[in-house]
Design a protein. Sequence first.
Length: 490
Amino acid sequence: MLARLDQPIVAIATAAGRGAVGIVRVSGRGLDRLMQALTGRVGTPRVAHYGPFLNADGSAIDHGLALRFPAPHSYTGEDVLELQAHGGPVVLQLLLARCLEAAAEPDPQASGQQRLPGLRLAMPGEFTERAFHNDKLDLAQAEAVADLIDASTEAAARGAARSLSGALSQPVGQLREGLIELRALVEATLDFPEEEIDFLQKADAIGRLDRLAARLDGLLATARQGALLREGLQVVIAGQPNAGKSSLLNALAGAELAIVTAIPGTTRDKVSQTVQIEGVPVHVTDTAGLREDAQASDEVERIGIARSWQAIADADAVLLLHDLTRLDQADYRHTEAQIAARLPAGARLLHVFNKADAIDLPGLADARQDARIAEVVATIGASADGLAPIRLSAKTGTGLDALRRALLQLAGWQAVPEGVFIARERHLRAMRAAAGHLAAARDWAAQGDHALDLLAEELRLSHDVLGEVIGAYSSDELLGDIFGRFCIGK
Ligand code: GDP
């Protein structure tokens, strides 16, 4: 790991494809010699120098801006050189290759030595990983960089920007400081047994403990919302062929995505789309008509059906779509039982009655529909989870808002986007574990003086596990997992 970190790295930092500007970025030590070779001058730090990017024979690859950021005042904390050229894939590849070549050339100033020994292509996330190792960012902030780049909604992007500026790391740091103070009190009492409980009482140890636990709970609640903003909600639309699944996906997405036809079994494969509801990304998958495999007429359709079942097994919510014009025909109970058997723990099934427009009869409509829905619900007996069935029309859009609200309710979204920072499941796990240790500490504290060492131990565990959020303790494996998911050049 350390040897790897010692080597200078280079990558194209901008997205693949064509763009107005493209950037090649180098990080390492002693980059002024590389800048000299590429641009013919060392230049002033943090000043953009316009000029040619030079081949070994003095010809120009392109003209652009060269910028040098000497350590430690750079993104990675090392020397960084940024070459801003025209954003064509070939130009940038040539520039990248030229960097590697120039690094290996002998330095005319230092006889025989290479300009930048060991310059190599960066691995995914390696620039940010270096920033983490050089204390430019903590781990939660480094993750926020990736989450900002990957954000699928505006709210998620805002949340990631907040995490990047420390909205998660700072309160975690403050909680850890509070825990250190408390540990110092308890451990001092352990060292001087004659003081014991009296001393802890005077210092209001239990009050401090309770306040720390309350703050952690508050932070965890916000982090849960932040995790939802990042992960979004996996929603599957299931139901009989022709119930209107594709139409509903289109209506939610507001675009013609899936193929809508009147022939049963035409949705052959799942079609997914991310829609946003109050900034929460909702990943909606339209499944192939969930008929029995034996009924499927061909192999392609059978594969589609198998994928649909897989999507259900990964869902947070399944919308079981009923066709109001064909309620009597539909064998929804069988489908529902099959779905329920595959739903993951904690996921919900919501009955949605589509084509409300088609059975509207002047004056009679509502009563007639409600009676039919009530009849179905009574036979299914499926509203046990307290979610009212939703009646809508994918065609006219009536009832779509109620569905959106129900989805947010299912997700546990509390509509507090102000101040929500992005968080990951990893952070939630660590914070829940820390809260568990605090609860245990509280129990030992209530037991009196004979449990002081156990109290101290739980406080220590809580402090340590909170440190995992910001990477105070992190294994190479965890870091590899986190940074490996970044794009190259970040
Ligand atoms: P899928 O097989 O479940 O994906 O169903 P489609 O979305 O392809 O729709 C099947 C048929 O029902 C099409 O002819 C749609 O136009 C029609 N349909 C879908 N939703 C509605 C609706 O809300 N009202 C009416 N009247 N027709 C609908």
